[in-house]
Design a protein around this ligand. Structure first.
Ligand code: DGL
Length: 275
């Protein structure tokens, strides 16, 4: 059984944790939400890099065998530094799925909704430069969406109105594919479908990230999914840690995730001072 650390600026990484617990239930998880400081997307590169480093160091000190930086913004701004510091712990990041989107798009027009910090990062722009020129990417910052999702308003009228504004350039360009380039945005799928209809392809990378996580932990150890004597399978623990309010984090996890947390040993903690 591996101990897997999953970190995000807030509740967005729950979209990755959900996929991970669905596909890899026989492991223990720590989910670390830095909701006190969300959104990261409008902060400076230096701040994002140093805070992300401190939180990953904390997860490594808690004994995580592998860490998922379940935040596009932190991955874009900090993953190279984190990997160079935490050399004993495999670090998995998330990036906007512009490559699969380019392959799936029929008309070659792809919208990319992500944070300002992700869209402006060297890492994202280097990835963009590797893609075929015939594909046109309409980049749009989702400013203001993360605070609404953090406040439990993913399906609200305010979110619908803000998203309608953000999606206008993508819609008027005629995009047939939209990349959800922030782990918070999969929680907006209902609202996005209301605005853009059912035909647009939505690309989110949680499945690909979890496949990579699976490969990583298989190379570390064998998961404990052996049937127990009563025929059920062994399930792991999940610890939810928040820098803001662990009770709210836990109740949002129950609301936002499709995984039935009642079948797991769940606890919640407040993040203390970092060393
Ligand atoms: N969930 C994050 C991401 O994937 C961060 C959003 C934010 O805090 O601005 O980019």
């Amino acid at each position: 059984m591996a101990l897997i650390g999953v970190f995000d600026s807030g509740v967005g990484g729950l979209s990755i944790l959900d996929e991970a617990m669905l596909r890899l239930p026989g492991h223990n998880y720590i989910y670390l939400a830095d909701s006190l400081h969300a959104p990261y997307g409008e902060k400076t590169s230096a701040w994002i890099a140093s805070r992300s480093m401190a939180l990953c160091q904390h997860l490594a000190a808690l004994g995580c065998d592998v860490i998922v930086v379940a935040c596009n913004t932190a991955t874009a701004q900090a993953i190279a530094d984190i990997r160079s510091q935490l050399t004993d712990t495999p670090i998995i990041g998330v990036e906007p799925g512009i490559k699969p989107a380019a392959m799936q798009s029929f008309n070659g027009i792809v919208g990319v909704l992500a944070t300002e910090a992700t869209l402006n990062s060297d890492k994202f722009n280097a990835l963009l430069a590797t893609l075929p020129e015939h594909c046109r990417f309409i980049k749009q910052s989702g400013a203001g969406l993360v605070p609404l999702i953090e406040a439990g308003q993913a399906d609200s009228a305010a979110t619908l109105a803000l998203l309608a504004e953000h999606l206008k350039p993508i819609q008027s360009a005629g995009a047939d594919t939209l990349v959800l380039g922030c782990t918070h945005y999969p929680f907006l799928k209902n609202v996005i479908r209301q605005l853009l209809g059912d035909t647009i392809t939505l690309v989110d990378t949680s499945e690909a990230v979890v496949k990579q996580l699976n490969r990583q932990i298989e190379s570390l150890l064998r998961p404990s999914k052996q049937p127990t004597q009563d025929g059920s399978t062994t399930i792991g623990t999940v610890v939810f840690i928040s820098s803001k309010d662990e009770t709210t984090l836990l109740s949002m996890a129950k609301d936002l995730m499709t995984t039935d947390l009642a079948g797991h040993v769940v606890s919640a903690q407040r993040l203390g001072e970092l060393a």
